[in-house]
Design a protein around this ligand. Structure first.
Ligand SMILES: [Ca+2]
Ligand SMILES: [Ca+2]
Length: 219
């Protein structure tokens, strides 16, 4: 009987430590997963990948290395150098004065930016020349700029609405402030995620504190 009681107490003790430890591990995993998602989620603007621009070919085409992929569909592009054709716009040929101006302006916009992203056409991905069809976004001074729309707004390119994921008539504004917030979304996904992260971090701290207290009492 004594042996049996001791055994059962030992089990209770193991369960007592095991449960909070398991909960703690689960909380850490969940909060890490949310942290990864929070980075990739942009509530109003669809972003498929982050790129590093290597060359401006002309007013509507660039060459770039794919740095990060936020859409599993494009995992195969990670680390690759690709040509990106700005979707649904057309800049004049490079050997014309207008084309030269458009190329120069695109270069200037890219030089002023801190980070570069693309929303790839999920419907066809590339054109017949193997160029990735995308909206190019640049991050500049806390704003996300739709470069396709910007070039059109400044008169360096015209809209050529091809059949694809994009509809240029929805490009009513060229800039979106970061962090992304809108009146129709009272709390955006990114800030909601950081709110959940904070709660989870506090919960994890409380569990650690409880573990320390229970360990101190036993010694
Ligand atoms: Ca897309
Ligand atoms: Ca289109």
């Amino acid at each position: 009987m004594v042996h049996s009681n001791a055994h059962s107490n030992n089990n209770m003790h193991t369960v007592g430590i095991f449960m909070p430890t398991t909960i703690l591990i689960v909380i850490i995993i969940i909060s890490q997963t949310i942290a990864i998602q929070a980075h990739s989620i942009t509530p109003q603007v669809e972003i498929d990948a982050e790129i590093q621009v290597t060359k401006v070919i002309d007013g509507d085409t660039i060459r770039a290395i794919v740095k990060n992929v936020y859409n599993k569909q494009y995992d195969y592009l990670l680390g690759k150098e690709v040509r990106v054709r700005l979707a649904d716009i057309n800049a004049p040929e490079k050997d014309t004065p207008e084309g030269e101006k458009a190329t120069k302006r695109l270069k200037q916009l890219l030089e002023e930016a801190q980070r570069y992203y693309i929303n790839i056409d999920d419907r066809y991905v590339t054109d017949k020349y193997g160029r990735i069809i995308a909206i190019l976004y640049i991050e500049k001074e806390g704003k996300l700029v739709n470069v396709n729309a910007k070039l059109v707004a400044e008169g360096h390119a015209t809209i050529w609405d091809h059949e694809n994921e994009f509809n240029p008539s929805t490009w009513t504004k060229t800039e979106t402030p970061l962090p992304l917030q809108t009146s129709d979304q009272p709390i955006n996904t990114a800030s909601k995620n950081s709110y959940i992260q904070t709660i989870l971090a506090v919960a994890a701290l409380l569990i650690v504190a409880l573990l320390v207290i229970s360990a101190t009492r036993k010694t």
